[in-house]
Design a protein around this ligand. Structure first.
Ligand code: AHR
Length: 498
């Protein structure tokens, strides 16, 4: 192993990008594959609690400290009638879910989801069906969730055992309505009209809602970024967030480019930021709309989506490896670097389907990607810092010359705690990094966590569940606000200092 020339990271706690939104480390749970059934809800598992919720899953998710969970879809949402999922379980219909060709038993629905969120201390982020669903259906669901008793849907909630309103704040206006695959797909103008009317009547039900407009399904959509401009122009003053979705792939097995994917992710954010500024100016509005990256993850090794009309089929159960974990870590660095415009982000999804957590009836495995999520969610606090980085570079086929080091940082004024997140993209070489605190240097570095390996394809398995996990390494000495670490190739390192 050779050693690269030194990189320098300059930290200044006055160079604040923005405070870190409590929704930045959120999750997404869809009725797809085994995310809900056999994942979150599995009454036949020895780990089920009295409500059928998996206690081992709850424990793993609670470490992820999810700000919010978006539910119930996804493509599933656009054919879902929320009335199917409430009331006595034995009277709930079995339905054919057209999105994933699966059988939906409806044994888990809105009330069970609320209970699940409460157990986790997480905000629910409910989505309304704007595919087959109507504006009236959306308004009725808001009534069911948020209205005091005395009218029919609120009384139905009470009859189902929940007298007090849930007070759900965050609501998504449909899902990926730009996608031709979407049930009830619309063009931008038709979606803009439907979303605008849904937003209006949902707010008639409850003026306190925060609403998310459905943005482009990906930056590779032919309608991107016009879809975003048109729908935002139509809905600007009615919405608070605009969604973006993206799934990373390494289908060509071009790992040097894959590890530099942040170039594409940042370009996506920058383009949408430009659209937001343009529409704000054009509409002469004082109102702001932020980005909600409410589906993001690595997804390409198992993209199965045909449930063959079975209940809880194994769909899109990705097994994540070391290089995937390094992409996830850098993605979360992008969230910090763009914290002024990204105010919500949901990893898609949270259990089994495209997920860092994998269950069997009696077991649970944490994939490699679980760990960077937890480290960010637990340690990135307060404000994101604008870090200056000088690093050696390398050539990639997809993005040209890229730095070998990817950095994000946070500083929490209240506790005085610093966190620095560092990825060495080199497959072969270690990288010395000098940290320079230009003001308010911490007293000492408490802990350094590191995930590394020599094989980018290394995974965790039930037989070897701790193959790729973070370990604590020796903290470097801190002198006059300077500290030096040597990052091994293919590594993610977190410096926790106070
Ligand atoms: O998360 C899986 C699917 O990806 C979602 O249902 C859809 O919104 C996206 O295309």
């Amino acid at each position: 192993m050779t050693q690269l020339p030194k990189a320098d990271v300059y930290l200044d706690t006055n160079r604040v990008i923005s405070s870190i939104s409590p929704l930045l480390f959120s999750g997404f749970a869809e009725h797809m594959g085994r995310c809900i059934y056999e994942g979150i809800y599995d009454p036949e598992s020895p780990h089920a609690d009295e409500h059928g919720l998996r206690k081992d899953v709850l424990a793993a998710l609670s470490e992820m400290r999810l700000g919010a969970i978006r539910y119930p879809g996804g493509n599933f949402l656009s054919g879902y009638n929320w009335l199917d999922g409430i009331g006595p379980r034995d009277r709930r219909p079995r339905r054919r879910d057209m999105a994933w060709q699966s059988i939906e038993t409806n044994q888990f629905g809105t009330d069970e989801f609320m209970q699940f969120c409460r157990k986790l201390g997480t905000e629910p982020m409910l989505a309304v069906n704007l595919g087959t669903g109507t504006v009236q259906d959306a308004a009725n669901l808001v009534e069911y969730c948020n209205a005091p008793t005395g009218t029919s849907y609120a009384d139905l909630r009470a009859a189902n055992g929940h007298a007090d309103p849930y007070g759900v704040t965050y609501w998504c206006l449909g899902n990926e309505m730009d996608g031709p695959w979407q049930i009830g797909h619309l063009d931008a103008e038709d979606y803009g009209k439907k979303a605008r009317e849904a937003a209006k009547v949902m707010r008639y039900q409850d003026p306190n809602l925060k609403l998310v407009l459905a943005g482009s399904s990906s930056s590779w959509m032919p309608t991107y970024p016009d879809w975003d401009r048109v729908t935002l122009e139509m809905c600007w003053d009615r919405v608070d967030y605009h969604s973006m979705h993206y799934y990373a792939v390494n289908s060509d097995d071009d790992t040097p480019s894959y590890l530099a994917l942040t170039a594409r992710l940042e370009e996506f954010v920058d383009t949408l930021s430009g659209v937001l500024r343009y529409v704000k100016a054009k509409t002469r509005s004082k109102h702001d709309v932020y980005l909600s990256w409410d589906e993001w993850n690595v997804w390409f090794k198992d993209s199965s989506g045909d449930g063959k009309w079975t209940v809880a089929p194994h769909l899109s159960e990705e097994h994540y490896n070391l290089e995937d974990a390094l992409v996830v870590a850098q993605w979360m660095n992008v969230f910090l670097r763009k914290a002024d415009v990204i105010k919500s982000a949901c990893i898609a999804q949270i259990v089994n389907t495209i997920s860092p957590i994998h269950t069997t009836r009696d077991g649970l495995l944490k994939h490699t990607t679980y760990y960077p999520f937890v480290l960010f969610s637990q340690l990135a606090r307060g404000a994101a810092l604008d870090v200056a980085v000088k690093a050696p570079t390398y050539e990639t086929t997809q993005f040209g010359e890229m730095p070998l080091l990817d950095v994000g940082a946070s500083y929490d004024e209240a506790s005085g705690s610093h966190a620095i997140f560092l990825v060495n993209r080199s497959l072969t070489d270690s990288l010395p990094v000098e940290l320079h605190w230009q003001d308010r240097a911490p007293q000492s570095i408490q802990t350094v966590y590191q995930m590394a390996g020599t094989d980018p394809k290394a995974v965790n398995t039930f037989e070897n569940p701790t193959n790729i996990v973070p370990v604590k390494i020796d903290a470097p000495a801190l002198q006059d606000g300077h500290a030096t670490l040597v990052l091994p190739p293919l590594s993610f390192t977190v410096v926790d200092a106070c």
